[in-house]
Design a protein around this ligand. Structure first.
Ligand code: CA
Length: 286
């Protein structure tokens, strides 16, 4: 039974119902070091919540440093910069890229480190945004179906898109871990950024490939539907990845957008009151 770190992520109350959020990371069943990292950053003045998952690559220590730096730097830059949310998210990722590169240049033991990153910027009054580099993913569960909103920047995903490999072949391909884009590798980072239209009842999952590479999408959906508590969903997902081999570090952050509260129609209630009053008034005196 895996024990997850930091399963509770408290946050502010949103006027229309606070998104329920929980995240956890686990080293897995095979590896000695957890190179995944995740974070949550609340900006109460802007009514924004930023969620980040990063999966470090390279070296014994490097991957761990790169993923933590990515989470911290992106969280800091999105909060402290000015501009539209999508512009702040884009420049935060670019800035994190520069910082990781600089750090690797300063410290030869960190040479070759890099990290994937997937970010979900929840904005209360406006569009929310997803940005990613590498093969960490964002899923959306809505109306009984699951959809991946990010496209892996990996060799295998590219070969599947181009029809060279089938999904089934890709699952067992030894090149699964080869990613084509990462933070901290080049001066210019190429990131994908897109709008996310939140709807009440939506569930979002940010995760590293140690989760989506070991559990099928249908199983993710089944586990996400199984519990109404995000902490329980995250725990179940990590346990499922470990039960499936746990060959990699596993990280998941679950966001539940609350359903609106059912409100009894005011007119119906007032109408019934009026009817009762009329019935009293028209009752004949004896
Ligand atoms: Ca991984």
């Amino acid at each position: 039974m895996p024990t997850a770190e930091d399963t509770d992520l408290p946050g502010p109350i949103w006027a229309r119902g606070e998104p329920r959020i929980a995240g956890a990371t686990h080293v897995g069943s095979v590896r000695q070091v957890n190179q995944d990292a995740f974070g949550r950053f609340d900006d109460e003045a802007r009514s924004e919540i930023l969620l980040v998952v990063a999966d470090g690559l390279g070296g014994h220590l490097g991957g761990e440093v790169a993923s933590r730096m990515a989470v911290e730097r992106i969280g800091e830059f999105v909060r402290t910069s000015v501009g539209d949310p999508d512009e702040r998210l884009r420049s935060a990722i670019e800035q994190a890229n520069d910082d990781i590169l600089d750090r690797a240049r300063e410290d030869p033991s960190l040479d070759g480190m890099g990290t994937t990153v997937v970010c979900l910027l929840l904005v209360e009054d406006g569009r929310s945004w997803v940005a990613h580099v590498g093969d960490s993913r964002l899923y959306r569960l809505r109306g009984g179906s699951i959809r991946c909103l990010t496209e892996d920047h990996s060799l295998i995903a590219t070969l599947v898109r181009e029809g060279v490999l089938t999904e089934a072949q890709a699952r067992d391909d030894p090149r699964r871990n080869q990613i084509l884009r990462a933070l901290g590798v080049r001066e210019d980072v190429e990131l994908d950024l897109g709008a996310v239209e939140l709807q009440p009842g939506d569930v979002y999952l940010l995760c590293s490939d140690g989760l989506h590479g070991l559990i099928e999408d249908e199983e993710i959906q089944r586990l996400a539907d199984h519990s109404s508590r995000p902490e329980a969903v995250v725990k179940d997902l990590i346990e499922a990845a470990n039960a499936a081999g746990g060959t990699d570090n596993v990280t998941g952050v679950v966001v539940q957008i609350p359903e609106p509260m059912p409100i009894e129609p005011v007119r119906g209630g007032a109408g019934r009151l009026l009817e009762r009053a009329r019935a009293l008034l028209t009752r004949p005196f004896r």
